[in-house]
Design a protein around this ligand. Structure first.
Ligand code: G3P
Ligand code: MG
Length: 253
């Protein structure tokens, strides 16, 4: 049985520091969460880095597709100044750096494999290869998730005993068959199309449900009361201050 914290920092703590940077992971930890999620994709020279978008413009001072830039080129970019001048000079982290920081801080980790189109298998292969090389046997296993089934297949085949999360915007009618085929331990869904009966269905099936990206305290409280297992949030501090990381009340009947 997975024992996950209720509050998972999204892209670190994306409302508090520039997303998917070491500063963001530190901010999530400082705000009190015990687990972070971040997105991993490949540079042109197949190095795994923390970036969400396929292009560089939104979260760095670079331009163009990530898949056309080498690690050296990506590492030269400023990944913090767009968020706030205080973070100018923050770099796009390599996966190894992010994992080292999480281990140092004692944070649980959800690695979301976020491939550029057409690079699903390669991104998963490289990510799993790196994780397997650096992950200490004594540390709680990372949760490996993706919207891409091809990536989850690689994760299943390379490291079957690490839990996998099936990411989807909404509950698909054949969710049970998909989860079973990929051996996924959790279902990670968006809140916008999630109903209370979806949550009840998953609870009855004993499948942990993780919901993204919940930044509103009232919505977070309601989802936890429905029986959601954990929430991804950009606003880690506000959810922790509201006490939502503590055991949830039993779901209302
Ligand atoms: O893993 C939860 C969430 O991060 C999925 O959506 O687009 O923010 O990566 P996205
Ligand atoms: Mg993500």
């Amino acid at each position: 049985m997975l024992d996950l914290p209720r509050i998972i920092g999204h892209r670190g703590a994306a409302a508090e520091a520039p997303e998917n940077t070491l500063a963001s992971i530190r901010a999530a930890h400082a705000a009190g969460t015990r687990m972070v999620e971040f997105d991993v994709k490949l540079t042109a020279d197949d190095e795994p880095v923390l970036l969400h978008d396929d292009r560089l413009e939104r979260t760095t001072d670079g331009r163009g597709p990530v898949r056309e830039r080498s690690l050296e080129e990506v590492r030269a970019l400023d990944a913090g100044g767009w968020f706030d001048r205080r973070f100018a000079g923050e770099r796009v982290p390599h996966l190894d750096q992010a994992i080292a920081l999480c281990l140092e801080l004692g944070l649980r980790v959800n690695v979301e494999i976020k491939p550029c189109p057409g690079r699903e298998v390669r991104t998963a292969e490289v990510t799993l290869e790196r994780l397997r090389a650096i992950w200490p046997a004594a540390a709680p296993a990372p949760l490996v998730s993706s919207f891409e089934e091809a990536a989850l297949e690689v994760a299943r085949d390379r490291q079957p005993d690490w839990p996998r999360g099936y990411l989807c915007e909404a509950l698909a009618p054949d969710w049970q068959a998909r989860l079973a085929r990929l051996g996924c331990a959790t279902l990670n869904l968006g809140w916008r199309r999630l109903s209370r009966s979806d949550v009840a269905t998953l609870r009855a099936a004993g499948v942990p449900l993780l919901v993204y990206t919940v930044n509103d305290v009232d919505r977070a409280r309601r989802l936890l009361a429905w029986g959601v297992s954990a929430l991804f949030t950009d606003t880690v501090g506000s959810l922790i201050r509201a006490g939502l990381d503590r055991p949830a009340p039993r779901p209302a009947q």
